[in-house]
Design a protein around this ligand. Structure first.
Ligand SMILES: NC(=O)c1ccc[n+]([C@@H]2O[C@H](COP(=O)([O-])OP(=O)(O)OC[C@H]3O[C@@H](n4cnc5c(N)ncnc54)[C@H](OP(=O)(O)O)[C@@H]3O)[C@@H](O)[C@H]2O)c1
Length: 252
C-alpha cells in the first residue's frame, strides 16, 4: 500500500480492543490507513478483519525500541503519519497501601512514558504532514477530581493532560496539533482488566448509568467518532484542549 491509496495514515495504540478498535475502524471507514498496535496479535487481527486499510503490529509499547519501530512500520505501510492516537493503557484499581513497583512501572510505563516516546518518534513525520496527536485521557482525572483506590492511573491521566497542553504550545511552531479526549465510563468489557468480577463490573456500569446526566454509559463508537472529528481539517483551530466525552459524568 502506498500513500496514494489512503486519505491519511493513523497510528492507534491499543487498537485490538474497546475504544482503540472502534477508533481504528472509524478511521478505516473514512478511507484512512490505520496501523493498530498492541501486544496481542489475535485481537489486532480481529480489528483488521474486513477492513483492508488496517495493518497490525504486535508490540509492547513499553519496550524502549518499539516507538521507533511503530513509526517506521507506519511509514513503510502508508508512506506518512498524519495522526497518532495514544490510546493504549494499563488499567487496574489498586489502593495506595497495595501498590507495588511492578504495577507502578507498568501503569506509568504504558499510560505516560510510552506516549512520550511514541510522540517523540513521530515528530518528524507529523511535522511533514502537519499532523495531530490525540491523547486518550479519562474524565475521572479532570480538574480537581480525586480517584480513591485508582490514584496512579488517575495521576498518569492528569499528567497526560499536562503533556497535551504543553506539547500543543511546544509543537505549534512545527505545525503539529495536540488534543486530548477524556471519556467517561465506556462499556468496553474491561471489568476483568480493572480487576473486577463480571458481577462487580455490571454493578459499576449500573451505578454510573444512574449518576451520569446522560443516564447511561458510553459506547466505544461514541468516543471514536469524536477522535475522528478532533483530527479533521475543520477542527484545526483546536489545540491543547482536553474534551470530555462523558455524558456529563464529570459534572456530577
Ligand atoms: N473504558 C472506559 O470506561 C474508559 C474510560 C476513560 C478512559 N478510558 C481510556 O480509553 C483508552 C482505551 O480504554 P479501553 O476501555 O478501550 O481499554 P482496553 O480495552 O483495556 O484497551 C487497552 C488496550 O491497550 C493495549 N495495551 C495495554 N498495554 C499495552 C502495551 N504495553 N503495549 C501495547 N498495547 C498495550 C491492550 O492490548 P494488549 O493487552 O493486547 O496489549 C488493549 O487493547 C485507555 O487509555 C483508557 O484509559 C477508558
Amino acid at each position: 500500500m502506498t500513500e496514494n491509496d489512503v486519505t491519511r495514515a493513523v497510528i492507534v495504540t491499543g487498537g485490538g480492543t474497546g475504544i482503540g478498535r472502534a477508533t481504528a475502524r472509524a478511521f478505516a471507514a473514512r478511507g484512512d490507513g490505520v496501523l493498530v498496535v498492541g501486544r496481542t496479535e489475535s485481537t489486532l487481527v480481529e480489528t483488521a478483519k474486513d477492513h483492508d486499510t488496517i495493518r497490525v503490529l504486535a508490540a509492547d509499547i513499553t519496550d524502549p525500541a518499539v516507538p521507533e519501530h511503530v513509526v517506521r512500520t507506519a511509514i513503510r505501510e502508508f508512506g506518512r503519519v498524519d495522526v497518532l492516537v495514544n490510546n493504549a493503557a494499563a488499567l487496574g484499581y489498586r489502593p495506595l497501601a497495595d501498590l507495588d513497583r511492578g504495577t507502578a512501572d507498568r501503569q506509568l510505563g504504558t499510560n505516560l512514558v510510552a506516549p512520550v516516546f511514541l510522540t517523540q518518534s513521530a515528530l518528524g513525520a507529523l511535522e511533514e504532514s502537519r499532523g495531530t496527536v490525540v491523547n486518550i485521557s479519562s474524565a475521572g482525572a479532570l480538574g480537581l477530581r480525586t480517584w480513591p483506590n485508582n490514584s496512579l492511573y488517575g495521576a498518569a491521566k492528569a499528567a497526560l493532560d499536562f503533556l497535551t497542553r504543553t506539547w500543543a504550545v511546544e509543537l505549534a511552531p512545527r505545525g503539529i496539533r495536540v488534543v486530548g479526549l477524556a471519556p467517561g465510563v465506556v462499556d468496553t468489557r474491561s471489568g476483568p482488566r480493572m480487576g473486577l468480577t463480571d458481577e462487580q463490573y455490571e454493578g459499576f456500569l449500573a451505578q454510573i448509568s444512574e449518576q451520569a446526566p446522560a443516564g447511561r454509559v458510553g459506547t466505544p463508537e461514541e468516543i471514536a467518532w469524536w477522535v475522528t472529528q478532533l483530527v479533521s481539517p475543520e477542527a484545526r483551530y483546536v489545540t491543547g484542549a482536553v474534551l470530555p466525552v462523558d455524558g456529563g459524568l464529570s459534572l456530577t
